[in-house]
Design a protein around this ligand. Structure first.
Ligand code: PHE
Length: 339
């Protein structure tokens, strides 16, 4: 029995030493230590060993098992290590090889203009809010002093969904929503999409506006003009010139139209500005007291002003885009040129 055990030890260790991979090593483990393995069988047969020898044989058998187990785990670690080194060698990356290049994304020109305008407004203390594009007649028109059948409705060819629901034709709906909710004094700006039934190379049925509204005590036209002048300076640079023309909006009184130096020709005169050197940028005005009252603001205590630039035209001009539709088609070839 002792001789058999010593044989198992010598053979086992030799086989372990020779084994070349994990599979072979596992077969050796099964052969000696598995359920029907050689050593397991001997340990099971201990009851047949003469009682006086049992202790000695038993302890030898245990030490053989321990030696085999140690031999196996040591070899296992060696084999695993060797495999790891081989894998690492195979997966070696040549960091000196030139790269295939990274394709960079870019912001859409409308988003860039939008971000710039928002930044300017936020620096001036405005809060940015957003609101619904599908709107009721009340917020889009009636609360802005444009009752049903008012001729001013013709200025905005509106898409009606039903008698009282429409696609907002202006972000001015947010003036009303803000005045209803917020306590004066406040300054809000709302960027958003608006919809009108109008389509040619410079008009799209979907386009983008901002609505800015300031409500406070003792403010009026001169504050409005100073603020717009500063915004234009920050948007288009120090040399921008501003021109003010009287206009009409039912929700502002007085109403004005702001022109700025044409960004296409820098004021020299071109086909876009029809030789005037100026292009129209903002509709604006002092909030009509009637509108304040309709939204629950005391018009004896508070006054306000609002302006609502369209941004698509400015983006077209500054990027020399000939047709407004390019802004909405998401044609990757066009967008690449706009980076
Ligand atoms: N909502 C007007 C338009 O779409 C612009 C405007 C905004 C005018 C705010 C006055 C005050 O034409």
């Amino acid at each position: 029995m002792k001789q058999k055990l010593n044989e198992i030890l010598t053979n086992g260790l030799a086989e372990i030493e020779k084994s070349a991979d994990l599979k072979e090593l596992d077969e050796i483990r099964v052969k000696y230590l598995g359920k029907t393995g050689e050593l397991t069988q001997i340990l099971r047969g201990m009851k047949d060993v003469a009682p006086e020898d049992r202790r000695e044989v038993g302890s030898l058998a245990n030490s053989v098992r321990e030696s085999l187990e140690n031999g196996l785990s040591e070899k296992l670690a060696n084999l695993e290590n060797a495999k790891l080194m081989a894998d690492m060698e195979k997966e070696k990356v040549d960091i000196t090889e030139p790269s295939k290049g990274v394709k960079k994304g870019a912001l859409h020109p409308l988003t860039r203009f939008n971000n710039k305008f928002m930044e300017i407004c936020v620096e001036m203390g405005f809060s940015v809010i957003q609101g619904p594009e599908v709107e009721t007649d009340y917020y889009n028109f009636e609360a802005l002093n444009v009752p049903k059948n008012h001729p001013a409705r013709d200025m905005q060819d509106t898409f009606f969904i039903s008698d009282n629901i429409l696609m907002r034709s202006q972000t001015s709906n947010m003036q009303v929503r803000a005045m209803e909710k917020m306590k004066p004094p406040f300054k809000i700006v709302c960027p958003g999409r608006v919809y009108r039934n109008d389509s040619d190379s410079s008009h799209s049925p979907i386009f983008n506006q901002f609505e800015a509204l300031v409500i406070d005590e003792n403010i009026g036209l001169k504050d409005l003009m100073l603020m717009i002048k500063e915004i234009l300076r920050r948007l288009f640079g120090e040399n921008v010139k501003m021109r003010v023309r009287p206009s009409y909006f039912p929700f502002t009184e007085p109403s004005i139209e702001i022109d700025a130096t044409c960004q296409m020709c820098q004021g020299k005169g071109c086909s876009l500005c029809k030789g005037t050197g100026f292009s129209e940028v903002f509709g604006a005005g002092v909030v009509n007291p009637k509108v304040l009252e309709m939204s629950g603001i005391d018009s004896k205590k508070y006054s306000g002003f609002a302006f609502g630039p369209g941004i698509d035209r400015s983006v077209m001009v500054t990027n020399k885009i000939p047709n407004i539709k390019y802004l909405f088609r998401n044609d990757i070839r066009f967008l690449k040129q706009m980076r």
